[in-house]
Design a protein around this ligand. Structure first.
Ligand SMILES: Cc1cc2nc3c(=O)[nH]c(=O)nc-3n(C[C@H](O)[C@H](O)[C@H](O)COP(=O)(O)O)c2cc1C
Length: 217
């Protein structure tokens, strides 16, 4: 048995919090597609470091060209304002042992807060641009803003593409085989869901990869 939906939101899909569907499409609560999560680091206007948890992204390109496409970035976020102004940002992947520190970047998000040090991370200088990086991250992508696009005119979120100018990768991660590489590296946002019959929220969470089989891919 399948549940089938078109573009009309089911009546029992009421908002769990004000403005929920202004920010996140209701279909995402049915699809429950996991996204890798990471911290984007930027500088605020006065030079204070900013860190924000993001997901909803893909990483693509060809040849010497590698891009991050942040598919949904809140226009109201400090991160978007910083990227718009400075046109640079860093993508920092962190392992699950930093979950509590990551959560602090959301709960303590004031404009005057140095969100890297305040969350217990170590700030380090980037290699190729004036951008803060997180030392504890096992994989860092220094990015230059390429373009942005509103998927819906006047939308709350915006899609931002950054060109990766420099990669910094922890030696152990870079040399580990597939069976150990993901034991303690990438984390995924496992979306909350909506029960199609009751419309009740089913909690989501944070997850990681479970290897099924080694293959030559
Ligand atoms: C699991 C998770 C994933 C998130 N993904 C995104 C995202 O993809 N885009 C976004 O704009 N906000 C996302 N957020 C919300 C931001 O982390 C949050 O708004 C943050 O405080 C913005 O910080 P800033 O104002 O310093 O940029 C996510 C939050 C969580 C908990």
């Amino acid at each position: 048995m399948y549940f089938e939906y078109n573009e009309k939101k089911p009546d029992n899909f009421t908002e769990d919090w004000d403005g929920q569907y202004q920010i996140i499409p209701w279909m995402a609560y049915i699809a429950s597609i996991p996204h890798v999560i990471y911290l984007v680091t930027t500088f605020k206007e006065d030079g204070t470091p900013n860190a924000a948890l993001e997901g909803w992204s893909s990483f693509t390109g060809e040849g010497d060209n590698y891009f991050v496409i942040i598919s949904g970035l809140l226009k109201s976020s400090h991160t978007y304002q910083n990227i718009k102004r400075d046109r640079i940002f860093c993508v920092n992947f962190l392992s699950s042992k930093y979950i509590d520190q990551i959560k602090k970047t959301i709960s303590e998000n004031e404009i005057e807060t140095d969100e890297i040090r305040n969350s217990g991370f170590t700030l380090e200088k980037a290699e190729t641009m004036m951008i803060p990086r997180i030392k504890e991250s096992f994989l860092k992508l220094e990015c230059q803003f390429e373009w942005e696009k509103e998927l819906i005119p006047g939308s709350t979120n915006i899609t931002v593409c950054g060109r990766v100018i420099h990669i910094s990768v922890e030696k152990e991660f870079a040399r580990s085989n597939v069976s150990t590489r993901f034991n303690d590296s990438f984390m995924f946002h496992l979306m909350a869901m909506k029960d199609p019959i009751t419309g009740k929220r089913i909690r989501g969470g944070i997850g990681k990869i479970d290897l099924i089989e080694e293959m030559d891919l």
